[in-house]
Design a protein around this ligand. Structure first.
Ligand SMILES: [Zn+2]
Length: 534
């Protein structure tokens, strides 16, 4: 029998969801206390208790819509919901996804993936009542050591008899791609979170020892698939390594270490450690993956030294490569350890990270790393402070030099473009064109005339446009009008005080000026044309 045929046979016997399973999920839905707006009574959706005004007026009077409250009957915390708040007859109060596990024949375990929605229905003049509905989005079967996933499609069509759209589902189909439940089929919410709800007794099924209830927020179905392949993972979970196992299925660290020997039934052999190492690892809640990396990177250390130095290395295994020979590595670790024995209390605890910072600072400062007093200074903390200050000073100096260089370059460019702009100067009928002698003049002009020319200064400096001052020849230093000329020699705008338009005399002057510059730019364009065709 192929896997597909076996799947087809298995899905035939998939039992319908029981009411008690749905009820169990309902208990895990968000809790609320529904109260009548006239505060005559309220009802807890968890315990079902109805509290009337005669019974507990203080509680009823203090209820506020959408604020937290605690049911006086069952003690469950939930939100108070007013029966007439912001809706007319039907409103969705909450929805959650669940994966319900159920024991089947032999070793078979069935899983229903359902989404439950709670609605509040209210008839005119009546008290709102709760109603719920659920949809099954996916099914899983775990049998004879294999994992099966089933899905179905929702079809919608228009029924002319009922004059509305009708939805129905296709039969369950075996899906060859095994994934976590997908909830975003048509009609399903994209909310992917789901809550596993276990059967009271999975005994006898292939998931009996899967420790499903020990996990939260992991890709549970991927874990189950892995468990069916490597049931020994149970021992790791039981021994307290469930954090490590969780890590494999949370999407952050999917790499399952290759040094675990899944053929072994003895945890020590699985993990490649002896009884003493295992005890120390569990006692100090050391990450066993780290311990393995440490042993691999520092084969020259004894077991005891490994445990001591792990605290100094602290996940920064890459930094061990400061030294490439074992002798120096051991010397470095021993040095940091001694530093901590002497100075940890007064100067703070040093780890490999601090040492590596010190190392890279020494390199930037071009200190001689072969010098033992540099490599292993008397007090690492002090030496590190000194080197870090020196690096900061060095960097500041570099920045200053860079800034000076840039300023100088900008000044040179500006002078060059001013030289080129000299021919743009012009004078007629008591008006003149003045070329800005420095960038700050453009900013000053904008301030004096209350317009925005200041913002053009950088483009002027880069030669992308020309800002020119129109001044009275009798007062060449007093801002009057400002002109923007495009790089191609077109007058783009002429602005005076608070963006006012120029008077006739200035307009005539601008017309004359246009005539004056026409040949200057025409020549340039021709030159460029010749260059292109040549
Ligand atoms: Zn209650």
């Amino acid at each position: 029998m192929t896997k597909k045929e076996r799947a087809a046979a298995l899905i035939k016997d998939f039992p319908e969801l029981r009411k008690k399973d749905v009820d169990r999920c309902m208990k895990l839905m968000p809790h609320h206390i529904l109260f009548r707006h006239d505060r005559s009574e309220c009802r807890c959706n968890y315990c079902g208790k109805v509290i009337t005004m005669d019974e507990n007026p203080e509680y009823l009077l203090l209820l506020n819509h959408d604020t937290k409250t605690t049911c006086p009957a069952c003690g469950k915390e939930g939100y108070a919901v007013c029966d007439c708040y912001n809706y007319s007859n039907t409103v969705e109060r909450g929805a959650s996804n669940f994966a319900v596990f159920r024991k089947g024949e032999g070793d078979i375990c069935y899983v229903y993936c359902i989404r439950i929605r709670i609605r509040l229905d209210r008839q005119i003049g009546g008290f709102a009542v709760e109603d719920y509905s659920y949809t099954e989005s996916q099914r899983y079967i775990f049998a004879d050591g294999l994992a099966y996933r089933f899905g179905r499609e929702e079809h919608g069509y228009f029924d002319p008899k009922q004059n509305r759209a009708v939805y129905c589902f296709s039969p369950w189909q075996y899906r060859t791609r095994y994934t976590e439940p997908t909830w975003d089929q048509p009609g399903f919410c994209t909310d992917k979170q789901y809550c596993p709800v276990g059967d009271d007794d999975l005994g006898g099924t292939c998931l009996q020892y899967a420790q499903i209830d020990k996990f939260e927020g992991i890709a549970l179905f991927l874990y189950i698939q892995f468990y069916l392949k490597h049931p020994n993972v149970e021992y790791l979970v039981k021994l307290g390594f469930q954090k490590m196992v969780s890590g494999w299925f949370t999407g952050y660290c999917t790499a399952i270490p290759d040094w675990i020997d899944w053929k072994q039934n003895d945890v020590r052999k699985m993990l490649g450690v002896n009884a003493y190492e295992l005890r120390r690892i569990r006692e100090q809640s050391i990450d066993i993956t780290d311990y393995h990396t440490m042993r691999e990177m520092c084969p020259f250390l004894s077991v005891e030294e490994c445990f001591i130095y792990m605290n100094i290395v602290r996940y920064n295994y890459g930094y061990l490569s400061i030294f490439d020979d074992d002798k120096r590595r051991r010397e470095m670790l021993r040095y940091i350890r001694r530093q901590n024995e002497k100075y940890a209390e007064s100067k703070g605890f040093m780890t490999l990270r601090e040492y590596r910072d010190y190392f890279s600072e020494c390199r930037q400062l071009q200190y001689d790393w072969n010098d033992r007093t540099i490599r292993f200074p008397r007090c690492l903390a002090d030496a590190h402070t000194r080197s870090s200050n020196a690096v900061t000073a060095l960097r500041y100096e570099e920045l200053q030099r860079e800034k000076l260089r840039k300023d100088e370059e900008a000044r040179r460019k500006f002078e060059e473009s001013t030289r080129k702009r000299r021919r743009l100067g012009f004078e007629k009928d008591g008006l003149m064109i003045r070329i800005p002698a420095a960038l700050h003049e453009i900013v000053d002009e904008g301030r004096a005339l209350h317009h925005c020319v200041g913002g053009y200064a950088s483009r002027h400096a880069e030669g992308k446009l020309h800002i020119l001052f129109i001044r009275k020849a009798a007062a060449p230093d007093t801002p009057y009008f400002t002109m923007e000329l495009s790089a191609e020699g077109k007058v783009v705008q002429v602005r005076g005080l608070r963006n006012c338009d120029p008077p006739k005399a200035v307009k005539a002057f601008v017309e004359d000026y246009k005539k004056y510059i026409l040949p200057l730019f025409a020549k340039r364009q021709e030159r460029e044309k010749v260059r292109i065709s040549a």
